[in-house]
Design a protein around this ligand. Structure first.
Ligand code: BTN
Length: 236
């Protein structure tokens, strides 16, 4: 059993599990505190975007992590990708679940999970928010996302077992040494050899360095992008 997930607060409907977990963390909630919801009315994505999912069809959770490791966003990505990989399996190189740096989880090129890590480093805590499209069907996505997002093809009853598996993986990767974690990210790297664009330039994904940064081969040489500072642009 995972140490993460205790205590747990579950909402049938809440604004955002991340917002709720942040409030709890700021009020002193212990490491591992878990907030889950069947549905969110103000789900938050990265870069100020919203995140929505049909009620009961997605795993919507936020976990309080005390003394978070520097590579927490990558640890969360690997944990989710491994759980997704167990569901979808892998047939051949590049198949199965892949990680689009820093932590979008893709299956067959489509996003099946998003991760939003927020925190107060000066207070020694972070919240890992995960939205995993366990039982979403293509018709559950808005038309503009149907070609780029997907569910796992599971039943709604799979949400809770998926949460248990995820908490175990997350605990393992949060505690892992940076070298093992970076190796795991490299093994899942969806951007290797692929076009990459960000506000400051463009190039081709060239791997992950020892600090978890994305390496990009550009016309003027190799650059290392830091997850905390650089956001990739869509349609690379
Ligand atoms: C992304 O933009 O890819 C990150 C999406 C993160 C969504 C999850 S759903 C559970 C948690 N609560 C939120 O409000 N956001 C995260």
């Amino acid at each position: 059993m995972s140490l993460l997930g205790h205590p747990r607060v579950h909402y049938r409907l809440t604004g955002s599990t991340n917002a709720r977990a942040r409030e709890l963390a700021g009020a002193g909630a212990p490491h591992g505190t878990l907030v889950t919801a069947d549905e969110q009315s103000e789900g938050r994505g990265r870069q100020g975007r919203t995140w929505s999912a049909a009620a009961g069809r997605a795993l919507l959770c936020s976990v309080v992590i005390r003394d978070p490791p520097a590579l927490l966003p990558l640890a969360a990505g690997v944990a989710v990708a491994e759980v997704v990989g167990e569901v979808v399996g892998a047939q051949g190189a590049g198949a199965g679940a892949r990680l689009k740096w820093p932590n979008d989880v893709l299956v067959a090129g489509r996003k099946v999970a998003g991760i939003l890590v927020e925190g107060r480093p000066q207070e020694g805590w972070a919240v890992v928010g995960i939205g995993l499209n366990v039982a979403l069907r293509q018709e559950d996505f808005p038309p503009e996302l149907r070609s780029s997002a997907s569910g796992l093809g599971l039943d709604m009853s799979a949400v809770e077992p998926t949460l248990s598996a995820l908490l175990e993986r997350l605990e393992r990767w949060v505690a892992a040494d940076a070298g093992s974690l970076v190796d795991a990210v490299r093994a899942l790297d969806a951007l290797l050899g692929q076009p990459v664009r960000w506000a400051g330039g463009h190039g081709v994904g060239a791997g992950i360095d020892a600090g978890g940064r994305l390496l990009v081969e550009t016309e003027s040489g190799t650059v290392a992008l830091d997850a905390g500072e650089v956001h990739l642009l869509a349609g690379a």
